[in-house]
Design a protein around this ligand. Structure first.
Ligand code: TXA
Ligand code: MG
Length: 342
């Protein structure tokens, strides 16, 4: 199969060329094929959420374990009623955060195929703010199930090129909407019970959720023999092929680098933040991920930097970490999982 990559700009989405591309993409969705598309968080690998066979295609293409449910993307609130139960709490969250980077897990209705929910009695839904994503869903006239458009276990795609690297020849079309805004996947919250909990941290953090809900929102942590609330928590995630080490400071980066060189004599890639007046000078390639303490820029470039390391064949990567507060919680969640390989 040839994989077509078609460019669309959100600014020119109503021009003929873009409309034609969206028509073609929606035809593919309607006939059960897969289309990758941009969202504000990461690129998604989409299929008609109401078509069981089409959704099975997502699992097959990604190599995704069948017990890891898909999230459904909608382009209008009308689409939501058929999918799940909208409680007053859910309505509050919708009013405050949609469209946006928040996936809400709710009690599901019978129209959602079992395969999407991986047999759970809940379904995760998101109303993206990205205009291209919304135009695609609207043109397809069905909700679109879409996990991140990467092979299972590898870093999420933040550019169309990343999707192409993983799915060239395996899907008919990638819509290239340029680099994404946020760079980390949406916050996933469980709103199916009495109190809302965070299953996966993202750019909408506990503080923002707590302000809307009026109570402190906690994170679900899974113990060793506890069944995970969000099946994705137990699967391998975000990992580059290279071995990943985390370092808090420039000094620690240097120490780990020395150890690596002693063991393998192969230069690692160091991914570091730029500090004004304190330039990291080293006689090797470094990847400057962001300005110091610019968490948004760091998030936007994180998966790009890990994929860059793999594309250049590095065996070891050392990443300078960020404090675990605000967006840093979501960043460190991804980095720790990537480093532990699980
Ligand atoms: O930003 C995003 O969320 C991106 C874009 C494409 O929208 N999508 C994404 O999908 O990251 P995925 O499949 O890579 O991650 C969805 C996460 C998984 O960890 C999955 O286990 C969890 O959401 N999830 C989905 N449905 C769930 C449910 N019913 N109950 C608990 N967790 C669920
Ligand atoms: Mg994913």
């Amino acid at each position: 199969m040839t994989t077509k990559v078609e460019k669309i700009c959100a600014e020119t989405i109503n021009e003929n060329r873009s409309v034609d591309i969206l028509q073609e993409a929606s035809r593919l969705i309607k006939c059960g094929s897969l289309v990758a598309f941009p969202t504000e968080t990461v690129y998604g690998l989409g299929a008609n959420a109401l078509d069981e066979t089409a959704c099975a295609g997502i699992f097959a293409a990604k190599g995704r374990p069948a017990d890891n449910p898909l999230i459904i993307h909608i382009s209008s609130l009308n689409m939501l009623e058929d999918l799940c139960e909208i409680t007053p709490t859910v309505q509050k969250l919708i009013d405050a955060f949609w469209p946006g980077a928040l996936t809400i897990v709710m009690k599901r209705k019978g129209k959602v195929p079992d395969i999407v929910s991986a047999g759970l009695n809940t379904v995760g839904v998101r109303f993206p703010s990205n205009l291209i994503a919304r135009a695609l869903i609207e043109a397809s006239a069905v909700p679109i199930a879409a996990p991140s458009a990467n092979l299972s276990g590898s870093p999420s795609p933040t550019k169309a090129e990343h999707v192409f690297d993983d799915f060239d020849g395996k899907i008919p079309m990638i819509i290239d909407g340029g680099a994404v805004d946020i760079g980390l996947e949406s916050t996933v919250i469980d709103a199916s019970g009495e109190y809302v909990t965070i299953l996966r941290p993202g750019s909408i953090d506990a503080k923002k959720l707590g302000e809307v809900l009026g109570y402190e929102v906690g994170y679900v942590k899974i113990g060793d023999d506890e069944a995970p609330k969000s099946p994705g928590m137990k699967h391998r995630h975000y990992s580059p092929k290279a071995n990943l080490h985390l370092a808090g400071s420039y000094e620690e980066v240097e120490n780990i680098r020395d150890e690596v060189l002693m063991k393998t004599a192969k230069e690692p890639l160091c991914i570091i933040m730029e500090k004004e007046g304190e330039n990291y000078c080293a006689d090797m390639e470094i990847f400057k991920i962001s300005k110091y303490s610019d968490m948004e820029m760091y998030a936007r470039n994180l998966f790009t930097s890990l994929r860059y390391a793999d594309s250049k064949g590095y065996e070891t990567v050392i990443v300078q970490t960020v404090p675990e507060e605000g967006l840093g919680i979501a960043i460190m969640n991804r980095l720790k999982k990537a480093a532990s390989g699980c």
